[in-house]
Design a protein around this ligand. Structure first.
Ligand code: SGN
Ligand code: CA
Length: 513
């Protein structure tokens, strides 16, 4: 299939077509980017991401369609919802008959590259250059494969966030300079188990990060999905693997625990200098923790602090490496004509509702950070509250490259928002559709779909013996603690959202709910 330049763009092709860099981290919450002004980031600022925001557009209402890695990556590559791309759950699924945005850009003269986490169970399609991690990848000395390694994984020495940036720069160095480029820089960090670079193992150690307002949520007004999930900080974070207390492996009966084996595996990947630095930092803290024998609230707080500190340390590297990439673009004179996107494959719980992980349609994982810098078309320091979603990236890239959006894509170009200083122009979408399918699976989050407008959210949990709704008023209850479904005062709102949900399900041919 070949997609041609639109008539209006024939001119643009002669002019310089924009380069595109799509930086996507894995599980990076907007709460952990200081440009979003969340209390969590006050003591762990992200100056380089903030710079992108102050020179570009910060989206405060950006969402995913299915809060999980491979489905989100499929949304990006195809501009389709999960049931249309085939990538509904974490593992296999993508229908490779679908054309990827990379293929369209390449066919239209772009030099294309992807580095870092690819994750989908298909070959990267439409790329001149790929340098990708195995599955989720490893933090230390990870294996990558590329054309240069004949597609075989080869272990590289170093920390994953730095290596991914090295390869992003390698692509930029080696590219055909007669062509515009599109580069996907997809970090592993800050994915579980949140292993920081050894240069940051002491960072934030003295800080006490604030606890979210919903940390002790008792799920009183909600159905069983929220109550029966397995992603709670108190019960589901493992001490050895997630919280790095490997010393517990000495205790009888724990030697074969998966979390101890996994942590040992991660440490064994490190070279001796890194391993030494790591153990010098964590061992004394762990000894103290074991001696204290904390219980109840004190133990919960300790777990939260260890989790957030390691997460924020991973973010420190991400921010710094984004800064290194920007410095390279600056040196090469590429800052003006390159669209730089910063986003994550979904949001993440930083202790809200007592959780880590994602998957739910509740705000912290449904929402995702999104910053776009493109000085030619975007006024510096603008903010957008328009409803946007990860199915919109592919149409946006094509639009900016002057290529007609193919009929099959359901996402919408964000370019009208650039023109309108972030404001939704008339006719912009008023509703977002969400659908999560990965059950039964790790973390035990039930299947659900739902709809959200700028104020309300209706969620429908279904399958395997459950069938119920939840309704939230985000203006009155931004923490989503009060499920209003069934409250007669909100019957009209529920009916309106139900009608819109039914409409989207029909229009988009959703086949399970
Ligand atoms: C792994 C993690 C899960 C996580 C999924 C999906 N467990 O299975 O906690 O939800 O990935 O994450 S781990 O013990 O292997 O770290 S995703 O970002 O790829 O969707
Ligand atoms: Ca992810």
């Amino acid at each position: 299939m070949f997609f041609v330049l639109s008539d209006a763009s024939a001119q643009k092709e002669v002019q310089q077509r924009p380069n595109i860099i799509h930086i996507m981290t894995d599980d990076h919450s907007y709460q952990a980017i200081s440009a979003y002004g969340h209390p969590l980031s006050v003591q762990a600022p992200t100056p380089n991401l903030d710079r992108l925001a102050s020179e570009g557009m910060l989206f405060r209402q950006a969402f995913v369609e299915n809060s999980l890695s491979t489905p989100s990556r499929a949304c990006l590559m195809t501009g389709l919802y999960s049931h249309q791309s085939g990538q509904r759950r974490l593992d296999a699924g993508i229908d490779t008959a679908h054309v990827f945005v990379s293929e369209i850009l390449k066919e239209n003269g772009y030099e294309t590259g992807v580095v870092g986490k690819w994750h989908m169970r298909c070959e990267p399609k439409g790329f001149d250059y790929y340098h990708i991690l195995w599955d989720q990848g490893e933090y230390y000395n990870p294996g990558f494969r590329s054309k240069k390694t004949n597609g075989k994984y080869v272990k590289e020495k170093g920390y994953v966030t730095n290596l991914i940036t090295d390869h992003a720069i390698e692509f930029l160095e080696e590219r055909d300079r007669n062509k515009p480029f599109c580069l996907f820089v997809h970090h592993k960090a800050p994915h579980r188990n949140w292993m920081p670079d050894t240069k940051y193992v002491d960072l934030y150690e003295e800080v006490e990060f604030p606890y979210p307002a919903t940390f002790k949520d008792d799920y009183a007004t909600r159905g069983e999905a929220a109550r029966k999930q397995q992603m709670s900080i108190s019960k589901d974070l493992s001490l050895a693997y997630d919280l790095k207390v490997r010393e517990l492996g000495d205790r009888p009966g724990l030697k074969n625990d998966w979390s101890i084996r996994s942590m040992e595996g991660s440490l064994n990947r490190m070279d001796s200098a890194d391993r030494k630095k790591w153990l010098e930092a964590y061992e004394p803290r762990n000894r103290k923790f074991i001696e204290q024998n904390l219980q109840g609230d004190e133990l919960l707080k300790w777990k939260y602090q260890r989790y957030i500190k390691d997460y924020m340390r991973c973010i420190k590297s991400v921010d710094e490496e984004v800064g290194r990439l920007l410095a390279y673009l600056e040196k090469e004179g590429l800052m003006d004509n390159t669209i730089i996107v910063y986003t994550s494959d979904q949001g993440f719980y930083m202790g809200e509702h007592g959780w880590f992980d994602k998957r739910f349609m509740y705000e912290e994982s449904f929402r995702t950070p999104l910053i776009i810098r493109y000085p030619t078309r975007i006024k510096a320091g603008t903010v957008s509250d328009a409803l946007v979603q990860n199915i919109d990236y592919a149409p946006t890239f094509l639009d900016m490259a002057g290529i007609d959006k193919p009929d099959f894509m359901v996402g919408t170009s964000l370019a009208p928002l650039f023109k309108n200083k972030g404001k939704a122009p008339s006719g912009w979408r008023k509703y977002l559709y969400y659908h999560y399918y990965d059950y039964p699976a790790v973390h035990n989050v039930r299947r659900h779909d739902g709809i959200r407008d700028s104020r309300y959210k209706l969620i429908h949990f279904y399958g395997n013996g459950i069938n119920y709704n939840e309704l939230y008023d985000l203006k009155e209850d931004s923490n989503e603690l009060h499920n209003l479904y069934g409250n007669p005062k909100y019957d009209k709102v529920a009916a309106r959202l139900q009608k819109e949900l039914d409409k989207i399900r029909t229009e988009q041919k959703v086949d399970e709910f």
